[in-house]
Design a protein around this ligand. Structure first.
Ligand code: GDP
Ligand code: FO1
Length: 297
């Protein structure tokens, strides 16, 4: 099975799936449209969250960074007068340095991610959606800025006029992604932001066409008809899409099995489950129900 992932909702589900599936039966394709260079190193927030989740290193309070990490380097840089756009943990930064050294030696993001996964003892395939640069930019009334400057720098407060995935027209899916699409019959669109996380993966040339022959299962990121966290509601609203499971479905497109939360007011064909994952137990329980459904459908 291939799972399409962002950096919070789907990793929560992966925490359960990884306990129930053999590593060779679980491959993750990850959004890279929120990546950016910080202090000379390449930060790939969603890829890192997936890697840390599969390696049991993720900080489960924030769903980014490594649990127990410290910020000595970030803090001292600040004391020296050097500001960083994101607060980077020391171990997290070590991961960025490892990756960036490989990129500087000419390896692509896929090969660098493969090397990182191996070093972290991860057996599942973790594949960046593309080796080409794609960057999410948000235009507010004031200016156009990188997604991270909007979400972290401005705390997601300004109204959004438009959103663009810069580089998406020239980007192609990574070879690892294309190989998985050749090999696997089932694709799970995880409960991630349908605009900024699943959106860029589906927007890569040829991806939607290649999903036509597959069983596509999607888990909605809405609980109680609202996102559990993050800017999905604001982004959907800005894109003229209703903040509802109808809206999620319209963004995702072809879905053969649509899983919504039991609290959803969705009117179409769907399966209702308890999709809120507050603990590992919740993740396991949702993962188990999904695997059962996929087997039977
Ligand atoms: P990002 O890369 O950090 O934006 O993370 P994702 O796109 O992977 O995840 C953000 C989305 O996950 C939000 O729209 C949330 O509503 C959704 N989400 C977070 N936790 C849960 C949960 O426990 N259950 C469900 N169904 N969705 C969740
Ligand atoms: N999110 C924040 O709100 N504040 C931060 O300082 C921050 C730092 C950070 C560092 C590494 C990383 O991989 C993610 C980080 N995030 C931080 C999360 C990130 O901004 C977004 O939530 C994701 O990119 C959304 O996919």
């Amino acid at each position: 099975m291939i799972v399409f992932s962002g950096g919070t909702g789907t990793p929560k589900l992966l925490r359960g799936l990884k306990e129930l599936l053999l590593p060779e039966s679980l491959s993750v394709v990850v959004n890279t449209a929120e990546d950016l260079w910080i202090s000379g190193n390449y930060v790939s927030p969603d890829v890192d969250t997936v890697l840390y989740t599969l390696a049991d290193l993720i900080d489960e309070k924030r769903w980014w960074g490594i649990k127990g990490d410290r910020t000595l380097t970030h803090d001292f840089l600040l004391a020296l007068g050097h500001q960083e756009r994101l607060t980077l943990g020391d171990k997290d930064r070590a991961v960025h340095i490892f990756r960036s050294e490989l990129l500087r030696r000419g390896l692509g993001l896929s090969r660098a991610t493969e090397a990182l996964a191996r070093s972290l003892g991860i057996e599942q395939k973790v594949v960046p959606m593309s080796d080409d640069p794609v960057s999410t930019f948000i235009a507010t009334g004031e200016r156009k800025m990188h997604f991270q400057d909007f979400w972290v720098g401005l705390k997601g407060v300004p109204d959004i006029l438009s959103l663009t995935f810069e580089g998406i027209e020239k980007a192609i899916p990574s070879q690892g992604f294309l190989d998985l699409l050749e090999q696997e019959d089932t694709v799970l669109l995880g409960p991630s932001n349908p605009v900024t996380s699943i959106g860029p993966i589906l927007a890569l040339p040829g991806v939607r066409a290649r999903l036509k022959g597959k069983k596509v299962v999607a888990v909605s990121p809405l609980v109680g008809n609202r996102p559990v966290s993050g800017p999905a509601a604001k982004l959907m609203h800005a894109g003229g899409v209703p903040v509802s499971d109808e809206g999620v479905k319209s963004l995702l497109g072809k879905v053969d099995l649509f899983v919504v939360d039991k609290t959803s007011s969705y009117k179409g064909e769907c399966v209702r489950l308890d999709t809120l994952m507050r603990s590992k137990k919740d993740s396991l329980s949702l993962a188990r129900s999904l695997l059962e459904l996929i087997k039977c459908s």
